[in-house]
Design a binder for this molecule. Structure first.
Ligand SMILES: [Zn+2]
Length: 373
């Protein structure tokens, strides 16, 4: 089985010609559709690359699917040439992207600007070095624009074989009260450790309110014809900064939690069980609690967390599965639970009793019974 991980690298704007990249993207779209359009003023090597070798690897899982619309911008797939520290090399004759691990740089030939032999160098990201150390290889790259800014997308590939779980289960609950994420380490049907962590929604709410307050002020000044004053511009800048801080916070938290939990799973050679959350009802819950806009932000953070988590679990060949981990349904008899004082859930049918946030972990312990069979 093959596993993939990808990363985006910002390219220096002053060394890239956005219009040139746009043209390459348009040609790529056509190539996906089976058309060869030879343009006289573009380097021949790139066009050969697009119509020759591209055919062989465009369907690789490393890339997205065929662009939906005729004029949709398609990222330009590029072969890579790897020169390793020990001097060994990988790839065929011509590749527009060269990874030079001896000098720790990536060289890009003729894909950033139209010109014979035009080459730019970017520093080798640590991400690439780490993936290679783990036994991966970066066979493919793509160049393209995101918000009209040039980026290089790298895809690492690795052959994996899931390990035999040791008897530990790491259960991950996405729908945890006030924190977003809760995890429990389980063994032989018992909860060994449990923790709730992750994003603090109150912090997001507060940053969001601050941003909205400033945006309202900008609106007021605009109506008064004062939108060009120093104060208006400063307020606008502040609002923008607050917004991007929210995105950054959510992103960082998702990345941190995914990394941490994957490491934990590897340390215990655990099987990972992820709450197969009902996103629609979670959206409703978050919207009711924090309002539509903030709810949406928190939801996107949780979705991103799950996506990162799964990609990394696959990459490190950790066995995992999705399973509904309920918090209002009795794990022993399936009866619905009632909440009593102190956020404790009680089953009126069989007498099961547990703190509300732990109930999903009890659902996960049921897996041991299944595993025994
Ligand atoms: Zn019960």
């Amino acid at each position: 089985m093959k596993a993939y991980r990808a990363i985006l690298i910002k390219l220096p704007k002053d060394k890239c010609d956005v219009d040139y990249i746009k043209r390459l993207m348009a040609l790529t779209n056509l190539a996906y559709r089976g058309f060869e359009v030879w343009v006289p003023d573009l380097p021949k090597e790139i066009q050969h690359h697009l119509y020759g070798s591209f055919k062989n690897f465009k369907d690789s899982l490393a890339f997205g699917t065929k662009p939906k619309g005729w004029f949709a911008r398609a990222w330009v797939p590029l072969k890579t040439f790897r020169i390793y520290q020990n001097g060994s090399r990988k790839s065929g004759r011509y590749a527009p992207v060269v990874f030079d691990f001896k000098n720790n740089i990536i060289k890009l030939y003729q894909v950033c600007r139209n010109g014979r032999g035009y080459v730019i160098e970017v520093p080798m990201p640590k991400w690439v070095v780490d993936r290679i150390k783990e036994g991966g290889d970066v066979k493919f790259a793509m160049i393209g624009l995101k918000n009209d800014k040039p980026y290089l997308a790298l895809t690492a590939e690795r052959e994996v074989e899931p390990y035999q779980p040791s008897g530990y289960i790491l259960a991950i609950d996405i729908n945890s009260w006030s924190h977003g994420i809760a995890w429990g380490l389980l063994r032989s049907g018992r909860i060994v450790s449990f923790k709730q962590e992750g994003l603090n929604p109150q912090r997001i709410v507060s940053l969001y309110n601050q941003a909205v307050k400033r945006e309202k002020k900008v609106g007021r000044l605009k109506r008064l014809g004062l939108s060009d004053t120093i104060s208006a511009r400063r307020t606008k800048r502040m609002a923008r900064r607050l917004r991007s801080r929210i995105y950054r916070l959510i992103n960082e938290e998702a990345t941190f939690m995914a990394g941490k939990l994957v490491k934990k799973a590897l340390r215990y050679k655990a099987k990972v069980v992820i709450d197969d959350v009902d996103w629609e009802s979670l959206r409703g819950l978050l919207t009711r609690k924090y309002g539509g806009k903030v709810g949406k932000l928190l939801l996107s953070g949780l979705k991103r967390f799950v996506k990162l988590l799964v990609t990394q679990l696959q990459w490190y060949s950790v066995p995992y599965e999705f399973r509904r981990l309920y918090s209002k349904k009795c794990p022993r008899c399936g009866h619905s639970l009632t909440q009593v004082e102190g956020r404790v859930m009680v089953c009126g049918n069989c007498g099961f009793k547990a703190p509300r946030d732990m109930v999903p972990m009890y659902w996960a312990t049921k897996l041991f019974e299944i595993m025994k069979k």
